[in-house]
Design a protein around this ligand. Structure first.
Ligand SMILES: N[C@@H](CCC[C@H](N)C(=O)O)C(=O)O
Length: 277
């Protein structure tokens, strides 16, 4: 199987063109194998590029544990760069079908070189049944969550995939690796959840660390950064246009007046190769 290894802010993916080659049926177990950092290629996820009936291309993403999430923000920027550079779609703006709906990336070019990708990530979903979370009320903003006897204050947002956000004083001192997995599988989150720990720097900047459902702590999460701007604005912590500083670098986020969230950041190819199935 031919692949391209890509990364967006250190959130890394094995990108496979499923237009031009046939893949095994069990894609979850393929993802587990290729993502393994010792026995495989090593990645946080497997991104498949497929033909679509309702958009220019279709993206499927699998976490390193083999589960299939609805969306991936860093993954869609990588896919957009791949689709353009491989000639699958020669336009700088096109549509991508995902399990979270049809989204629209736009490549930013300078002297013919891609310098970044801006994606219209659509509207955040806030009602508990759409996230899904088992909380009462019409949205979950600043609600208490008890985890092993400790109380946390959480905000829940779906960007197609579910996110639980917690404001902290200092992300560098936050026990992401021990608390993240407990919240990921908390009984109030029936589809499990991605967990973002957010430190407010000022009205325009935050720091965020993420524990990803199905992948563990990663260097960045695009959908998590989108959920962050929404949670920050809903809690009155920041403006609706912010820079999110992640372990792997920065993303620019805007929760626009039309209710869509726009994410801008880099996407890079690292190497290509052949994986023996
Ligand atoms: N890293 C991604 C999100 C990947 C999916 C996530 N782990 C989930 O299960 O929802 C991003 O950049 O958005």
């Amino acid at each position: 199987m031919e692949f391209l290894k890509m990364q967006g802010l250190g959130n890394d993916f094995v990108v496979v063109d499923a237009y031009r080659q046939e893949l095994p049926e069990d894609l979850g177990s393929l993802a587990q194998k290729v993502c393994h950092r010792q026995f495989g290629i090593g990645a946080d996820g497997l991104v498949l590029v497929l033909p679509s009936e309702k958009a220019a291309v279709k993206m499927r993403i699998f976490n390193a544990d083999g589960s299939e999430p609805e969306m991936c923000g860093n993954g869609i920027r990588c896919l957009a760069k791949y689709v353009y550079e491989s000639g699958l779609c020669p336009r700088t703006e096109f549509t991508v079908e995902t399990l979270a709906g049809v989204l629209r990336p736009e490549l930013m070019l300078e002297k013919g070189r891609i310098t970044g990708v801006k994606v219209d990530m659509g509207e955040p979903r806030l009602s508990p049944d759409r996230i899904p979370v088992l909380f009462a009320g019409d949205k979950v903003v600043g609600q208490p969550l008890e985890v092993q006897g400790e109380k946390y204050v959480v905000t829940a947002v779906s960007m197609g995939n579910p996110h639980c956000l917690i404001f902290v004083d200092d992300v560098s001192q936050t026990p992401v690796k021990s608390l993240g997995p407990l919240i990921e599988v908390h009984p109030l989150f029936p589809a499990k959840i991605n967990v973002e720990f957010v430190e407010i720097v000022n009205k325009k900047e935050v720091k965020m660390r993420v524990w990803e459902r199905g992948a563990g702590e990663t260097l960045a999460c695009g959908t998590g950064a989108c959920a962050t701007v929404v949670a920050c604005a809903l809690n009155g912590k920041t403006d609706r246009e912010i820079t999110v500083h992640l372990l792997g670098g920065d993303l620019i986020l805007e929760w626009a007046p039309n209710n869509h969230v726009f994410m801008t950041g880099p996407a890079e190819a690292v190497f290509e190769g052949r994986y023996f199935i």
